[in-house]
Design a protein around this ligand. Structure first.
Ligand SMILES: Nc1ncnc2c1ncn2[C@@H]1O[C@H](COP(=O)(O)OP(=O)(O)OP(=O)(O)O)[C@@H](O)[C@H]1O
Length: 310
């Protein structure tokens, strides 16, 4: 759905044409094929403001976001809170923009690089909770990739951003990235279904747990899921999750909740295993495992909160 028209740049300060909200632009957050997102201040509150080359693309995203706004608690929300939709005139042309909740955090891959790959399963479980709600609304996310997930600074929650690829179940996926695309891996088509998102999520899980070198090496050949299975077999942090990952590659889950339950059971089993090791161990390694255990349980508690909420 990318366009040939240039993406307009926002002025430093502007007022919406109809709703008259004033925005002070602080900096550009990112720019992709379809739009640019800016950090702006509106009445002293930080907002992410998205503007695109095509008003229709922006309005389609707004339409999806509007349908996902029921949940007021940001910790249980599927999508960022939609705050304003309006037009502004740039170089004599009317451009549509929307303002949404600013998700203050780090891109998923950057977060994992710093925190370590032990956190990948817990963050994946959080994403499964959000996908489950999205699927129940009749949508698939489509373009699931680390660039479209932020982990919040305040409470380490994985949040979905960029709803430009969201597609009605049954239609052809509107936007995808080859690295996470089922058809590019010769594992199925691009029809939007629960299984399409779970496939991308499983590929992303592998991508996050391995070094950039290993990942690059498996992109050189013709893509097929056997390559991903080889990586999982040889990777200590992925190996315990081999069953749910391989099931997701083969479209064996009817829902995100099913995959979530199996992932959660493995995380819990491993957390209990680390506690026993801590009790048996002593010295620095015991302290390290203990710290990891406590932190993982804290994060898991957040995850269980979603499981209960949704
Ligand atoms: N609600 C938000 N809060 C904080 N940052 C955001 C938010 N939405 C988007 N961003 C930032 O802006 C960047 C670009 O946003 P987005 O992916 O929506 O643009 P896009 O033009 O649709 O990109 P692409 O072409 O890659 O799909 C994101 O990578 C992220 O860093």
């Amino acid at each position: 759905m990318s366009s040939n028209r240039a993406i307009p740049s926002l002025p430093r300060q502007f007022q919406g044409r109809w709703n008259k909200q004033t925005y002070h632009v602080l900096r550009e957050l990112g720019r992709g094929a379809n739009g640019a997102v800016y950090l702006a201040s509106q009445n002293g509150v930080k907002r992410a403001v998205k503007i695109g080359a095509e008003g229709m693309d922006i309005l389609m995203e707004v339409n999806v976001l509007k349908q996902l706004q029921q949940e007021r608690d940001p910790r249980a929300a599927v999508a960022p809170l939609l705050c304003d939709v309006d037009d502004l005139i740039i170089n004599g042309r009317s451009c549509t923009f929307y303002a949404m909740e600013y998700v203050d955090g780090e891109q998923l891959d950057q977060y994992v690089r710093q925190a370590g790959s032990d956190w990948v399963p817990v963050l994946v479980i959080q994403l499964l909770s959000r996908l489950s709600v999205l699927h129940r609304h009749g949508w698939v996310f489509g373009d699931l990739k680390p660039e479209n997930v932020m982990v919040t600074r305040s409470d380490n929650q994985a949040r979905l951003i960029d709803f430009g690829g969201v597609t009605k179940i049954g239609n052809a996926v509107r936007q995808f990235t080859e690295e996470y695309d089922r058809a590019a891996w010769h594992a199925g088509d691009r029809r939007a279904g629960v299984d399409y998102d779970l496939f991308s999520l499983a590929v992303m899980t592998v991508r996050l747990a391995v070094s950039p070198e290993v990942w690059k090496s498996c992109q050189l050949d013709r893509r097929h899921t056997g390559l991903l299975c080889d990586i999982i077999r040889n990777n200590d942090s992925l190996y315990p999750y081999r069953i749910p990952l391989v099931k997701a590659f083969h479209g064996k889950y009817a829902s995100a909740d099913e995959m979530k339950e199996e992932m959660m059971a493995i995380v819990q089993k491993r957390a209990i295993g680390s506690r026993s090791k801590k009790a048996a161990g002593s010295g620095a390694s015991g302290i390290w495992i203990g710290g990891l255990f406590v932190a993982s349980m804290l994060l898991l508690a957040g995850t269980l909160y979603y499981a209960w909420m949704m």
